[in-house]
Design a protein around this ligand. Structure first.
Ligand code: NCD
Ligand code: ZN
Length: 345
């Protein structure tokens, strides 16, 4: 039995740091594990311009613990009015690594998102020409579409068209939650990939709704049926370079989760690697963990792999029931559970 695993230092290709005190509290969790992370721009107000992203990057870097090497990779929040010149300049200057498409009102802080995908077609055309990666929150927002069907509907209504109309645009279908998404990504060319979160590998929708409503297992896109979870696990451990790690860690304080209208988002940053590794261990795919965590992402983004390594060891890891963040309580993913691996050293 493998009891120690040394891999190239991984990267997180999708997460939320927020800002101010919460940001300063969560950045160390990510920086201790990951060399780089794609930082989501859904602040209030959103990060829509290169100058805002450059300043946000500085604030993040100031929160990285001394002696830890960590590089935040910034994203531009697309709106109906995105300035394509500013985006292209920001990408050329190394401020932006990608741009993020949120359908308006699909999720937390997305009110300024894109109201109609057709409105950003000129920006997508420019991104294709400049080879800027598009990250997509793939859910429709129409009232008549059931929340459990919103990802599948987005593929048919929007994503298929984007991929057809911009064949050279590199697209990350983020935090996929369905077998429909797995199939779609597999059928597309090399320019289309997907990130998968730990929660969507561990839980199905029962974890949110059986035995009482469990707000800490609520995120968007919402966890789906068991058959979808199994399809995601199969994709994650398959070795296909189209699937890679993106935690979607989305911190909301306990008070914002345990309320009549709780926020969407699961805070998985503190034990993200251990959470993923539990899945690869259960699937007898420890030998494919490094490619999912550390190789496929940089290959897709056209970035070098990390030369440093990290080691994980088999050992009982008790996840606390709560943590303190910004002087308040926050409940991490796997709260109160025992995981079978932990970061060594
Ligand atoms: C994210 C957040 O809280 O910013 N929430 C979530 O449930 N994943 C937004 C997002 O990625 O959808
Ligand atoms: Zn997210």
């Amino acid at each position: 039995m493998t009891d120690r695993l040394t891999i190239r230092r991984p990267d997180d290709w999708h997460l939320h740091f927020r800002d101010d005190e919460v940001m300063r509290g969560v950045v160390p969790y990510t920086a201790w594990q990951f060399a780089r992370a794609i930082v989501m721009p859904n602040l209030a107000p959103p990060v829509t311009h290169a100058a805002m992203a450059a300043q946000y990057r500085e604030r993040i870097l100031a929160a990285v613990p001394k002696g830890v090497r960590f590089t935040p990779l910034m994203t531009c929040y697309l709106t109906d009015d995105t300035d394509a010149d500013d985006l292209a300049r920001g990408a050329a200057e190394g401020i932006f690594t990608a741009a993020k498409l949120y359908p308006a009102n699909a999720t937390t802080n997305s009110a300024h998102g894109v109201s109609d995908v057709a409105r950003v077609y000129p920006v997508l055309e420019r991104m294709e020409a400049e080879d800027i990666v598009l990250c997509v929150h793939g859910e429709v927002t129409e009232d008549e579409i059931d929340v459990f069907d919103r990802e599948a509907a987005f593929i048919e209504r929007h994503l298929r068209g984007i991929v057809r109309d911009f064949p050279r645009l590199r697209v990350v279908f983020e935090h996929i939650t369905t077998s429909d998404a797995v199939r779609f990504v597999r059928e597309c060319g090399d320019g289309v990939a997907a990130t998968i979160t730990p929660q969507h590998l561990h839980i199905n929708r029962n974890a949110m709704l059986v035995g009482g409503i469990r707000p800490h297992n609520y995120c968007l896109p919402v966890a789906k049926r068991e058959e979808h979870r199994l399809a995601l696990r199969e994709a994650a451990v398959s070795g296909s370079p189209k699937f890679f790690l993106g935690t979607d860690s989305a911190p909301h304080l306990r008070s914002a989760k345990e309320t009549a209208c709780g926020c969407a988002g699961i805070f998985n940053a503190p034990f993200a690697l251990e959470s993923y590794l539990a899945v690869f261990d259960e699937e007898k795919a420890l030998d494919r963990f490094e490619s999912f965590a550390s190789i496929h992402g940089p290959a897709f983004y056209g970035l070098p792999v990390n030369e440093e390594t990290i080691t994980l060891e088999r050992a009982a890891l008790e996840v606390p029931g709560e943590l303190t963040l910004a002087g308040e309580s926050i409940v991490p993913f796997h709260a109160g559970e025992t995981l079978g691996w932990r970061l060594a050293g």
